[in-house]
Design a protein around this ligand. Structure first.
Ligand code: SAM
Length: 149
């Protein structure tokens, strides 16, 4: 889980699923956000980074910690979904923080989905930082910050 505090009143937690250990404040899809233009200082975007069949222990259900990874049908579905999200985020904010794990697709390739955004910072998560997870054990994870052009 990314959020140490799910109940921070300065944030709005959105997900298309509600069957989560910490259900979202708002159930919606990121291609159609139920918010007015420019309302957020920042959007934090942590999409699933995999498609197809998940390893059995993840199984596209709540994991042991109650998280829900989600998975795209295929690579094209993933790219289209992330492009739509990146377009919609431009409507509601000027700043975007994007988390990516290179489990299936390298960062430089997924960054092509963010047209109209300028990358201002890229940070590679060092293994062992925070809670050690399967992601950190198996692949590189990154935080990327963008500002709207
Ligand atoms: C990597 S998880 C995010 C985990 C979350 N950041 C946390 O700390 O628990 C990806 C999430 O994206 C959600 N998701 C997938 N497609 C979505 C969409 N089109 N709109 C909104 N949420 C979506 C999945 O349901 C899943 O919970």
């Amino acid at each position: 889980m990314m959020w140490p505090n799910r109940f921070n009143y300065n944030t709005v937690f959105l997900d298309k699923e509600v069957d989560l250990l910490f259900p979202p404040d708002i159930q919606a899809v990121w291609s159609h956000l139920p918010f007015r233009d420019g309302v957020f200082e920042c959007v934090v975007f942590d999409p699933p980074h995999m498609w197809g069949t998940l390893p059995k222990f993840m199984d596209n259900k709540k994991n042991l910690h109650g998280g829900y990874y989600g998975v795209f049908k295929n690579e094209k579905d993933m790219v289209v979904s992330i492009i739509k999200a990146s377009e919609e985020f431009k409507r509601v904010t000027n700043r975007l923080c994007f988390k990516w794990a290179e489990t299936k697709k390298p960062l430089h390739r997924i960054l092509t989905c963010f047209s109209g955004w300028r990358k201002i910072h890229e940070y590679k998560i060092r293994p062992g930082m925070g809670k050690r997870s399967w992601r950190q054990a198996r692949g590189n994870s990154f935080w990327v910050t963008f500002e709207k052009i």
